[in-house]
Design a protein around this ligand. Structure first.
Ligand code: 1CP
Length: 345
């Protein structure tokens, strides 16, 4: 079977399908008892990501359980800052904590050189997952966007408002651009290796796009995403690999998203006014059910899902997904129910 004949790749190629392909952001994760069972064996989450066989086992859990149309590499976006030597640890109930965050402009100039081979454990996971998947299930590789990686690296942890980061970029614009350029080059090399190892599609996560106003969003995030995508589109290894861009609630017009060069936009659940006329036949769309709907009863889930499906049913190139990741408080039975009703619609 040629991977381009699968529903997921057809949708990314802007084909209209009767039933949309389905996958979920964070489809492998804490909401699954099978995942929690494996997770128990590791103190630091990143140590688990460094075990390709474990990543493979976890990536396949939701595929086997829900028969989804695409698999996603099991890893994290913070592998790149870790490879730059910033020392990423995942602390229980706190999330990521950096041992050596970017505190001053000098830290940017002192940042080491990125060696893509330091992330061999990720490429091994890609190959293992690809070899274990049924041949008709495409595999998504991913990276964070340069901006989102920079935000974690400066903040040194997760945060509601990333105030340290926003102060830093205002005070140190030149060094911020230096950091973003280094991360853009690293993302390119990293994604290229993932494709060489078996990834069929790429997704870029700009999870902290919402921190920036219109002008800064272009300057600090989307210009770098556009240059990353254009590098992927001219490289012989990656040029035919579709790129999906997820940006959380960005302060920009639909046109700006369309013009990033991505093949598909993954819509955050609040992005209900996206200009589908402007994107039609140019770009595929993915999304965007509010993940919190999965906490409601089945009747509500069905009503909201059918409303969404009717909105996108004539759109050429539509992929069913949530507007952001599945949260740990969601019951897996609801994920099964959701998947079944999308196929039944
Ligand atoms: O303790 C645990 O079990 C760790 C929980 C967890 C999981 C399951 C983390 C920590 N990362 C992941 C896996 C993961 N992360 C995947 C693969 C799983 C899948 O989709 O099936 C992916 C694609 C990511 C990417 C990722 N990591 C993003 C981008 C996606 C998004 O949700 O916006 C981000 C922002 C991260 C950072 C991260 N990783 C983990 C935590 C706790 C955080 C911090 C989140 C925050 O800042 O609030």
């Amino acid at each position: 079977m040629n991977i381009s004949d699968t529903p997921f790749l057809k949708a990314l190629n802007k084909e209209k399908l009767n039933t949309p392909p389905i996958w979920y952001m964070r489809q492998a994760g804490r909401y699954m008892p099978e995942y929690r069972e494996v997770r128990k064996k590791f103190k630091n989450f990143l140590d688990m990501c460094k075990e390709p066989d474990v990543c493979c086992e976890i990536a396949l859990q939701p595929i086997n359980k829900f028969k989804l149309d695409a698999s996603i590499l099991f890893s994290d976006i913070l592998t790149i800052p870790d490879a730059f030597g910033l020392g990423v640890n995942f602390v229980e109930n706190e999330g990521p904590v950096f041992a050596k965050p970017i505190n001053s402009p000098i830290d940017v100039s002192n940042l080491g050189h990125f060696n893509p081979n330091d992330l061999d454990y990720v490429y091994k996971a890609v190959t293992n997952i690809k070899n274990s998947l049924p041949e008709n299930i495409p595999l998504i590789g991913f990276s964070g966007s340069p901006w989102t990686l920079a935000a974690y690296s400066i903040e040194g942890r997760s945060s509601k408002d990333f105030s340290k980061t926003l102060n830093f970029i205002k005070a140190n614009e030149i060094e911020t651009h230096e950091l973003l350029s280094k991360y853009t080059d690293a993302c390119f090399l990293y994604l290229r290796k993932q494709v060489q190892s078996g990834a069929d599609v790429i997704q870029i996560f700009d999870s902290w796009a919402n921190l920036l106003n219109k002008d800064d969003l272009k300057k600090f995030s989307f210009d770098y995403i556009a240059s990353l995508i254009s590098a992927l589109k001219i490289d012989p290894v990656t040029k035919n690999v579709p790129v999906i861009l997820f940006a959380r609630d960005p302060d920009c017009s639909s046109k700006i998203l369309i013009n990033t060069g991505a093949d598909c936009i993954s819509l955050y659940w609040t992005m209900n006014n996206f200009d589908m006329h402007a994107s039609k036949n140019k770009i595929a769309l993915q999304g965007n059910l509010n993940p919190k709907i999965l906490l409601e009863n089945k009747e509500t889930i069905k009503k909201e899902t059918f409303k969404l499906l009717s909105k996108y049913k004539n759109y050429p190139g539509y992929i069913f997904n949530l507007g952001h990741g599945i949260t740990p408080d969601i019951n897996p039975d609801k994920v099964k129910y959701l998947t079944d009703i999308v196929r039944e619609y």
